[in-house]
Design a protein around this ligand. Structure first.
Ligand code: ADP
Ligand code: MG
Length: 627
């Protein structure tokens, strides 16, 4: 509880106690008025000040004004008539109880969500003179050696120099099984070291490490407002004045009609009282509070599952996704190629592989990494210069003073080199050395373990069409697509062709259906931003893709796409439930109030009740059913 909340609680208790105590004090007239004024002001002074400030700043139409007018009106009626001031005090009291509950619930759930995502490391251990010292992770540069003991969080991304352990990666990926890692493996910051001591050579600065990036994303997520949230802001702008004018009409018109048309007494008191009740009922607080809270909880729930959503607007779009377009390599396949064969080569296999690995030494493409791994030896980068990567084609470089090209048939055509077609199914890396054809390396990739289930799960979640776009050759693409059960496949595409294809699909789909693109590479960045919603692979994916995407899957598991859609649907369902529930109850109460059936007591109870239920409902978005 914050200081402000404690102070409010004290005010509530004192005012309530005084209000009850005054029932036993037998005074009448102005003395009674003055006595009752004390609890009224204790509980309501800040509301009166706010309402007054609103009028002074010419922006009077807010909840404070509604409460101020309603309670001051009730006091005046009591002064002239019954002398029962309890009602005015009680209305203010319950309103404040509602406000208090709201700030408490919001504060608590925000804290809970941040706690659930508590991945920020406080320190890094650095070994100095044989002793461990705790330093601020910000002070540790890339290439430093840090020590992570069992039970500690990995503070910075890096590679294991020494030690084996099991890592708990659940904060990053939502995966509950620990992951075994050994010397030479990469580790991401935010994982918790469970069993062994690790020595890690850092590969990034703290600010560039996975943890920092995730925290940035989540902290900035709420600044991107969804349509439903914008709707509420607009709604309140029209709603409050409308209510105030209706209340004035309710106070004035019926008495005038009674006098003029029916020849009866005006009965001002009854109608003014009804108008005041109407004002109390109309406070839109439940609506205003519960909607952003629902989105916040939805984003928190998703991140617990290893799905980072960069803004509440994306949850809204994701919920309407009907077309899902995939990239192949690295997205649906593991992106870890094995060499199946080397054909038509003019030099030793080993030598050709060495040239390929050296030429590829600067690329982050999965193919390049796989060739480097297949070569297996340390690469001396000083032997390589003039590296050019042509996306969707391959690379060219100068190795030991000799030009080397490694890529697909497009690259060979581009360089004007005659190549020999390959008859094996696989991804073919044609090689040219010194301007002449030097044979090809056949490599192949396997689909990710959950890829097929992921496509099935998407269909089950109501996705109508799945499409695969790839730069790889036709037979590889078709084989993968039929294995996965994907509806449509387009192959041998350059990055720009992928954008064209996505635009075609965007034009073809019904307006309301949204299209999601899922990809991992630098060459996917343009498509990721062009699609209605871009989903990137977070672990293997390139920084450009993660940057361009709206949603990031932390563990690269395509299964999470369907999960993210389910989460977004649940969140949106809750948002709409709250909107209809709050507006519905409001309307019923307004009618009852205008008809004189509901009094102020009932009105305030309804309001606080609706708010509490709406807030509790919003918090449900945090929890996701396991698939
Ligand atoms: P995908 O769309 O399946 O992710 P890309 O567009 O990244 O594939 O690449 C398409 C094709 O371009 C690859 O199958 C490969 O033939 C060739 N290619 C791209 N980058 C490289 C590279 N660094 N080395 C060799 N070939 C490459
Ligand atoms: Mg790719």
């Amino acid at each position: 509880m914050s200081k402000k909340q404690k102070k409010m609680l004290v005010r509530i208790i004192i005012a309530a106690a005084l209000m009850i105590a005054l029932h036993f004090v037998p005074v009448q007239g102005y003395a009674r008025f003055v006595l009752y004024l004390v609890p009224y002001l204790i509980i309501g002074y800040d509301i009166l000040i706010k309402a007054f400030k609103g009028i002074k700043n010419r922006q009077p139409f807010d909840e404070s004004l509604l409460m101020a007018v309603a309670t001051i009106g009730a006091v005046i009626i009591a002064l002239t008539d019954s002398g029962d001031y309890t009602e005015a005090i009680a209305v203010m009291l319950f309103y404040q109880v509602g406000e208090w509950f709201q700030s408490y619930a919001v504060g608590k759930s925000r804290r809970n969500i941040s706690e659930l995502m508590d991945i920020r490391p406080d320190y890094a251990n650095v070994e100095r003179d044989g002793k461990l010292e705790q330093v601020d992770p910000d002070e540790v540069g890339p290439g430093s050696v840090i020590v992570v003991q069992p039970g500690e969080k990995v503070p910075i991304d890096g590679m294991i120099l020494e030690g084996d352990t099991a890592l708990n990666t659940s904060a990053l990926t939502g995966e509950s099984l620990p992951r075994e890692v050994h010397e030479g493996d990469e580790v991401l910051s935010g994982c918790i070291n469970m069993t062994g001591v690790l020595k890690i050579r850092t590969t990034k600065e703290f600010g560039e490490s996975t943890v920092s990036k995730i925290l940035d994303l989540v902290e900035n997520a709420s600044s991107r407002k969804s349509k439903s949230e914008q709707f509420i802001t607009k709604f309140a702008r029209i709603y409050t004045p409308a209510v105030v004018y209706s209340a004035i009409a309710l106070a004035v018109l019926p008495p005038l009609v009674r006098m003029a048309a029916l020849g009866m007494g005006p009965d001002w008191e009854t109608w003014i009282y009804r108008a005041l009740t109407f004002l109390v009922i109309s406070c839109p607080c439940a609506l205003v509070i519960s909607i952003p809270l629902s989105f916040f909880a939805g984003i928190g729930g998703a991140s617990n599952e290893g799905v980072l959503v960069k803004g509440s607007n994306y949850l809204e779009t994701l919920a309407q996704t009907k077309y899902v377009v995939f990239d192949k390599t690295g997205t649906m396949t593991r992106g870890v190629f094995e060499v199946d064969g080397i054909h038509h080569n003019k030099m030793e296999d080993e030598k050709l592989l060495e040239y390929a690995a050296l030429a590829e030494c600067a690329s982050s493409h999965p193919i390049s990494k796989s060739l480097q791994r297949a070569y297996g030896k340390e690469l001396d980068r000083s032997r390589v210069s003039d590296i050019k990567e042509i996306s969707g084609n391959g690379v060219t470089a100068v190795v030991d003073g000799i030009t080397v090209a490694a890529g697909n048939t497009k690259l060979m055509k581009r360089l004007g080199i005659d190549y020999i077609d390959c008859h094996s199914i696989g991804t073919i890396i044609h090689m040219a050395v010194n301007g002449t054809y030097a044979g090809h390396i056949v490599i192949s990739d396997i689909v990710k373990p959950h890829a097929k289930e992921a496509v099935t799960a998407l269909k089950a979640a109501g996705v109508q069409k799945t499409v695969m776009l790839t730069g790889d050759t036709r037979n590889v693409a078709e084989q993968a697509a039929s294995l996965l059960g994907i509806d449509q496949v387009y192959s041998e595409l350059l990055p720009a062709d992928k954008v064209d294809k996505v635009e075609e699909l965007l034009a073809e789909k019904p307006e309301k259906a949204k299209l999601a693109f899922v990809g991992d590479g630098i060459n996917d960045a343009p498509v990721l931003s062009r699609a209605d919603i871009g989903i990137a692979m977070g672990a293997m994916g390139s920084d450009a893709a993660i940057e361009a995407a709206d949603i990031v899957l932390m563990d690269d598991d395509p299964m999470k796409i369907a999960k993210a859609i389910r989460i977004s649907r649940k969140c949106l369902r809750i948002v709409y439930e709250n909107i209809w529930f709050a507006i519905g109850i409001k309307l019923i109460c307004l009618v009852l109030g205008a008809a004189g059936i509901a009094n102020m007591w009932l009105a305030i109870f309804a309001d606080v009740g609706v708010m509490i239920i709406a807030v509790l409902n919003a918090i449900r978005a945090l929890f996701v059913k396991k698939l």
